[in-house]
Ligand binder design. Structure first.
Ligand code: ASP
Ligand code: CP
Length: 315
């Protein structure tokens, strides 16, 4: 039994809870590949996608995941909602709560916004990315991708590279991979590495050659310009020269190292197309596939969690 009502962050999750979620997601990978669905599982449940920031992968895969499990899925478009008339986040949540939604998937630019909502609504809240804080389902799908390819998480060396400072993906991965026994390194210019990195139990490198040496997994991150108050890198061209992943730099990692990227990619800034599109090394498309399975597992788990009201609007 998953011991939480909401999925707000990876930090604090125990390894058995993470392992259980990955195992369930694994079963959904097989189900999805077989072309079957499980439409009875969440029949009568309502899922609302509430995205205050742009998304391609996360929003679509939560929608697909909900539909494959039989939930009624509503995508609320914030850009055409009453948020534009000045309605606050909490009033928006109270309004959705009054409609008895069961699962609320929230992406927001402020760190902590989903946790705040979780205190105010009856629904199970799932953090789909909050500010620079966490993106828990991304870390779960990354872990599932790695575990399927490498057979384990324990004892692997994972290098997370680029704009770690602004990355909620990096933070969630650091917590998850650390909990599951991987050695995590972060690599980037000093301006893009958070000052608390060492206290998170990771090794810090400012040089790709040294940081990638012996890595089993190379995870690239996008430069999050929308979160940079000022220019923290001289230019995209210079950033690519020192920290962009190309075949030459990838050669420092193990010969069978996986190349990952949460997407969206900025080709030629943090990653070269030749590496991103190399089917022998890149698992970027597989990450997207795992995203649907992981989100099915999360929806299934939270909807069935003990204490959650049973189907209210079933015929
Ligand atoms: N899509 C991921 C996120 O929303 C990573 C990124 O945008 O670079 O955090
Ligand atoms: N990886 C990720 O969260 O992608 P989107 O921003 O497109 O959802």
């Amino acid at each position: 039994m998953f011991p939480h009502r909401h999925l707000l962050q990876i930090e604090g999750l125990e390894p058995p809870a993470i392992g259980q979620m990955l195992d369930l997601a694994e079963s959904y990978v097989l189900l999805n590949r077989s072309g079957k669905t499980q439409r009875d599982l969440l029949r009568g449940r309502t899922l609302i996608n509430l995205f205050f920031e742009d998304s391609t992968r996360t929003r679509t895969s939560f929608e697909l995941a909900g539909k494959r499990l039989g939930a009624d899925v509503i995508n609320m478009s914030v850009s055409s909602s009453s948020v534009n008339k000045g309605e606050t986040l909490l009033d928006t949540a109270a309004t959705l709560n009054a409609m008895h939604c069961d699962l609320l998937v929230v992406r927001h630019g402020e760190s902590g916004a989903p946790a705040l909502l979780a205190q105010k609504v009856d629904a199970a809240v799932i953090n789909a990315g909050d500010g620079t804080h966490e993106h828990p389902t991304q870390a779960l799908l990354d872990a599932l991708t790695i575990r399927r390819r490498k057979g384990r998480l324990q004892g692997l060396t994972v290098a997370i590279c680029g704009d770690v400072l602004h990355s909620r993906v990096a933070r969630s991965n650091i917590h998850l991979l650390g909990a599951m026994g991987s050695q995590v390194r972060v690599i980037g210019p000093p301006t893009l590495i958070p000052s608390e990195a060492a206290s998170l139990g990771v090794s810090v490198f400012h040089d790709m050659a040294k940081g990638l040496a012996g890595a089993d997994v190379v995870m690239m991150l996008r430069l999050q310009k929308e979160r940079m108050a000022r220019g923290l890198v001289p230019s995209a061209r210079e950033f690519f020269r020192f920290f962009g992943l190309d075949a030459e730099k990838l050669a420092f990692a193990k010969p069978d190292a996986l190349v990952m990227h949460p997407g969206p990619m900025n080709r030629g800034v943090e990653i070269d197309s030749a590496v991103a599109d190399d089917p022998a090394r890149s698992v970027i498309k597989e990450q997207v596939e795992m995203g649907v399975a992981v989100r099915m597992a999360v929806l299934d788990t939270l909807a069935r969690a003990e204490g959650r009201p049973r189907v209210r609007n079933a015929p």
